[in-house]
Ligand binder design. Structure first.
Ligand code: HEC
Length: 155
């Protein structure tokens, strides 16, 4: 290939990469609310395996400040918080909490959460069988306290 074309392509890519860094990314942590009640053992598991995406205490690693990784992370945090936010779950309406007590054991048992790409770079977030059992037990206990979700309305 023509050397000059290669050099130009590299230069253009470099400029694009630099420009990408100027796209604003929201890394703010919203205020804390009614944090979900949890015994210390469960809180520790949630903090190391879930809080980066499901709380208002997200910790951004250095590569979380570099585009395009920060774009992906911003999206995960935004969508993660929308699904479950452990920093505010205690304030959520009963119906929503009841749904979450069902969803959490499901996600944990199926090993969908924490996502594989997260544990690949955060080995401390990997869950042992005991961790998974503790999370499931905790969510189910909360589910019993809050009661089962209401049946769908009769038509
Ligand atoms: C890398 C970020 C990340 C981490 C870490 C993470 N999650 Fe998630 N989670 C998401 C995203 C994004 C969604 C929404 C999209 C989806 O369902 O994949 C989600 C969805 C969920 C849902 C709702 C799924 C549903 O539709 O039923 C539950 C429950 C959940 N996560 C629990 C957890 C728990 C518990 C942990 C820790 C053991 C955890 N997550 C760790 C990003 C994360």
């Amino acid at each position: 290939m023509n050397r000059r074309i290669v050099m130009r392509t590299v230069l253009v890519l470099a400029v694009v990469l630099v420009l990408m860094q100027f796209v604003p990314v929201d890394r703010t942590n919203p205020p804390l609310g009614g944090e979900v009640p949890a015994p210390a053992e469960v809180r520790a598991i949630l903090k190391r395996a879930c809080y980066d995406c499901h709380s208002n205490e997200t910790v951004w690693p250095w590569y979380g400040r570099v585009a395009p990784f920060d774009w992906l992370m911003e999206r995960d945090v935004r969508e993660g918080r929308r699904e479950v936010n452990f920093s505010t779950l205690a304030d959520a309406p009963l119906k929503r909490r009841q749904r979450k007590w069902m969803e959490i054991p499901e996600q944990v048992e199926k090993r969908e959460m924490p996502p594989w790409f997260y544990t690949a770079v955060h080995p401390e977030a990997r869950l042992s069988d005991a961790d998974r059992a503790a999370l499931v037990r905790w969510a189910q206990e909360n589910g019993r306290r809050d009661g089962p979700p209401a049946p769908p309305p009769a038509r």
